[in-house]
Write a protein that binds this ligand. Structure first.
Ligand code: ZN
Length: 202
């Protein structure tokens, strides 16, 4: 499966001059919501991810996603794996399990995101699951920004990856592109202004 082509065909791999949530600048930005706006594409991607997970033999009771970004990917993956789906959301800045969702002691939970950058949001949500007694058995994402090494990938894990090394991480593709500190950004040096994705209709 050519995941990059799917992202490009859906106009989900944006080219320009972006200010990322980390504060760094980049020429590219991934907008997974654009890929997932077509439920058929969401289903196909989630099924491909589910096949990887099933082939690994990992046992999963529940998929949990951090809202908002992980919701669609998480729901589609849970559907493909035929397991329960719950989500965590921020309350006063803290990732929390609400909505009456219960987690049993040692329930095997897979964290799912649309895109894993450092895995920070996924692990914040994971801590909320663990606080209720759940056991985090793995992480999954449709796209990986290249900081964390996923199963069957030849990239190296970078120091800022926040996913634990003792659980498997499944992803469909690596999207590794250069990021620059604002004072070292060649796009800024060329005189253009970095925009925050989402701030101008993208
Ligand atoms: Zn810049």
């Amino acid at each position: 499966m050519d995941v990059k082509k799917i992202y490009m065909d859906a106009d989900a791999l944006l080219e320009g001059h972006f200010k990322l949530s980390s504060g760094n600048h980049s020429q590219f930005y991934l907008q997974s919501a654009k890929v997932l706006e077509d439920p058929k594409t969401a289903k196909v991607l989630a099924q491909a991810l589910a096949i990887q997970i099933k082939e690994s033999g990992l046992e999963i009771d529940t998929v949990c996603a951090p809202a908002l970004g992980g919701l669609i990917a998480g729901f589609a993956l849970a559907t493909a794996l035929d397991v329960r789906f719950i989500f965590a959301e921020r309350v006063d800045g803290v990732m929390t399990i609400r909505r009456g969702f219960e987690v049993a002691k040692d329930e095997k939970v897979l964290m799912c995101e649309d895109i894993i950058t450092t895995g920070g949001s996924a692990m914040e949500a994971a801590r909320a699951v663990e606080a209720l007694g759940g056991k985090i058995v793995g992480a999954a994402a449709l796209a990986n920004r290249g900081f964390c090494k996923h199963e069957n990938s030849d990239i190296e894990t970078k120091p800022n990856c926040k996913l634990p090394t003792d659980i498997p991480f499944f992803a469909l593709a690596d999207f590794t592109f250069e990021m620059y500190a604002p004072d070292a950004c060649p796009l800024c040096k060329d005189g253009s202004e970095a925009i925050k994705p989402g701030s101008r209709g993208n």
